[in-house]
Design a protein around this ligand. Structure first.
Ligand code: HEM
Length: 497
């Protein structure tokens, strides 16, 4: 009788895997970068040597090429082929590719997470309720930024060192957002604010699980990371409970007010009121309030950590450059005197040096690759002539575009805080090369709010504190594979008075 050892089974398994997963590249496709280790392909370089590896691939194979990572062929796009993605939103889908990494459809069980259709609603909500209401929201943003700074940073009469400042900045940035989302009454409860503040951070570990099982099948990774949720573990549940407990009495009071006052009812200016005005709103039905709270959570995902990330990066960029801090302080002081400490939208527009600095800081976000999409049409031909088949995963080489000499000049790699000054190129302006907010039809609709909040935060901070890095140097961001995170080193806060 033939005895089969585990080792033999393993070898047969690997051979079958190799045959099944071997990339097959069509004749008009972008070139596949050669690799030496079967199955593993470029995975090691992709994770541990991303910057150099992708740069060298582009130099050798051109603006558009494919690599083999985690058992799949992925096409890397830069320059004109990258722009093609933004120009052809019907052919590329960000949501389905993002859901693979962060399975929102399993976490937000009442609204089913995000899909192309529901994102239209969130984009409309953002345009109408958040970015479209800067004038109305600015007072709330200012009030709660100051409260947040008081709580998180304090007086700093003695110098105070803060490590991992993203956490702290996230707390400050989340407070105004909570207030314009659920209104001042519900947001007066610390547990609700904490929930909105921590929601995305709590899901961070899911992002960090390397998709090892994708070597066998993409769906296997998704299946395993969502397994705990099938057994009832859901990190969103307790946040949903907290938010529902806090908003339910507010909804009841508002409905009573509406009944009593009729036409004289003065609508509140927050997202909660916006949801209450949706035709499908009926909080008495068991699944209705959780459904709207899940929508609120999508808005929280897209707004809180993104904006706090931008603000934290800018804070580190500022703290490492004392001469810049002095120059921005002069501008802040002039505007503060003119508006007597109470900012309007027009005052924020006057912060032109700060705007240029924030834009430069965003340009230096240092993500190498970003915005993974699936190509969802039968096939797609780029303007450079290459074709990819339906179902192909693509990712954008954003760092290459954001640091291109062609668009940003010979010093494109340098950090020049006033690069955009007097160039009619505000931080909110999306164009072919400035792609931190994406581009085309899906370009981030929240960018107007995000930039306003970030500028107002920095303005108030610069007026009150001197900030510097503990090391006295410009701090680098942390790199995890192709993605970056804000530095975790110490920042020193010192009261100006
Ligand atoms: C600095 C902060 C932010 C950054 C860097 C950022 C970045 C982005 C990016 C890159 C996209 C994808 C664009 C594309 O597919 O072309 C996006 C989409 C989106 N963002 Fe933002 N965002 C920020 C803040 C916000 C805020 C504050 C909100 C809401 C209050 C928001 C709401 C949205 C929505 C609803 C979409 C989906 C748009 C669509 O698919 O049509 N974002 N954002």
């Amino acid at each position: 009788m033939i005895e089969v050892s585990i080792f033999q089974i393993y070898v047969v398994f690997i051979i079958i895997l190799y045959i099944i997963r071997r990339p097959r590249i069509g004749k008009d496709e972008p070139p596949l970068v050669p690799y030496t280790i079967p199955i593993l392909g470029h995975t090691f370089n992709y994770i541990f040597n991303t910057k150099k590896f992708i740069k060298e691939c582009k130099e050798q194979y051109g603006e558009c090429f494919s690599i083999y990572v985690f058992g799949h062929t992925m096409t890397i796009l830069s320059r004109s082929s990258l722009t093609d993605v933004f120009r052809n939103p019907d052919d590329f889908d960000l949501t389905s590719a993002t859901n693979e990494i962060l399975p929102l459809h399993q976490l937000l069980i009442y609204n089913g997470g995000t899909c192309r259709e529901s994102v239209k609603f969130h984009a409309k909500t953002t345009r109408e309720q958040v970015s479209g209401k800067l004038d109305t929201n600015i007072g709330v943003v200012q009030k709660y930024l100051l409260k947040g700074m008081e709580k998180w940073i304090g007086d700093c009469n003695e110098p105070k060192i803060v490590y991992s400042a993203w956490n702290m900045v996230n707390g400050i940035i989340a407070l105004p957002i909570a207030n314009i989302f659920v209104g001042e009454e519900a947001a007066s409860h610390e547990d609700l604010v904490k929930s909105l503040e921590n929601l995305a951070f709590d899901l961070g570990p899911l992002f960090m699980i390397p998709p090892i099982l994708s070597f066998i099948h993409q769906k296997l990774h998704e299946f395993v990371i969502t397994l705990p949720m099938k057994f009832g573990w859901n990190p969103v549940s307790r946040h949903r409970e907290t938010v529902m407990n806090r908003v339910r009495p507010v909804i009841e009071t508002r409905l009573k007010e509406k009944n009593m006052l009729g036409e004289n009812y003065k609508p509140y200016n927050d997202l909660l009121e916006y949801y209450m005005n949706q035709p499908d709103f009926d909080y008495t039905k068991p699944k209705n309030l959780p459904y709207h709270v899940d929508n609120l959570f999508v808005m929280t995902f897209v707004s809180v950590n993104t904006t706090s990330r931008a603000a934290a990066d800018a804070l580190y960029d500022l703290a490492g450059r004392p001469e810049l801090l002095n120059e921005l302080y002069e501008e802040a002081l002039t505007i503060d005197r003119e508006c007597n400490g109470s900012l309007t939208v027009a005052d924020v527009k006057k912060m032109v040096k700060l705007d240029s600095f924030v834009k430069e800081s965003l340009r230096h976000n240092d993500n190498i690759l970003n915005l993974v999409h699936y190509m969802i049409s039968k096939s797609f031909t780029f303007s450079n002539g290459f074709t990819i088949p339906g179902g192909r995963k693509i990712i954008l080489y954003t760092d290459d575009m954001l640091k291109s000499k062609e668009y940003f000049g010979v010093d494109a790699e340098e950090f020049e805080p006033f690069r955009f000054l007097n160039k009619t190129s505000p931080a909110t302006k999306v164009d072919r090369s400035y792609i931190v907010f994406g581009g085309g039809r899906h370009a981030c609709p929240g960018r107007f709010f995000a930039i306003y909040e970030t500028k107002m935060f920095l303005h108030k901070l610069i007026l009150k504190y001197k900030v510097s890095t503990k090391s006295g140097k410009i701090e680098d961001k942390l790199l995890i594979g192709p993605f970056s995170l804000p530095s975790q080193s110490g920042i020193v806060f010192e009261n100006r008075n």
